[in-house]
Design a protein around this ligand. Structure first.
Ligand code: THU
Length: 137
């Protein structure tokens, strides 16, 4: 499927402008292309209890689920300068759940797959493998 990276960047910047980041002063926006052509997006939402703040990717996967689900094909995350930002480690795991190893990520070093930025990922297949091996019926 054709990925319009300009559209994804535009959506990520628009999302970043909704960020609630009074504690870090570090707004983040992210947008993802879904396999049915939808674009989903999210912004970071912080909290006075710092540790419960939500990364932009959390909002994006919630948007994905709320609007019909599907698989993430491509993702672009940006900072307040509208520059490319690498998803944090936890968020790479979030993206893996809904995009898998082939999901394309726009990085400062060019377009990479999720498998490249989260090698040897733990995912749903690991759960299936153990469940299948230990099934008693
Ligand atoms: N942040 C994200 O929203 N996504 C990332 O992948 C990296 C970090 C947010 C969390 C926090 O609100 C702020 O950036 C500073 O860490």
């Amino acid at each position: 499927m054709t990925i319009n990276w300009d559209d994804l960047h535009t959506a990520a910047v628009a999302a970043m402008k909704h960020a609630y980041a009074p504690y870090s002063q570090f707004p983040v926006g992210v947008a993802g292309l879904v396999d049915d052509g939808r674009i989903v997006s999210g912004c970071n939402v912080e909290n006075a209890s710092y540790g419960v703040g939500l990364c932009a990717e959390c909002g994006m996967v919630s948007h994905l689920a709320m609007t019909g689900g599907g698989r993430l094909v491509a993702v672009w995350c940006v900072d307040a300068r509208e520059e490319t930002l690498m998803p944090c480690g936890r968020c790479r795991q979030l993206l893996y759940e809904f995009g898998g190893p082939t999901c394309q990520i726009y990085t400062p070093e060019g377009i990479m797959t999720l498998a490249q930025i989260l090698p040897q990922a733990f995912g749903p297949a690991d759960l299936d493998a153990v469940r299948d091996a230990t099934a008693t019926t």
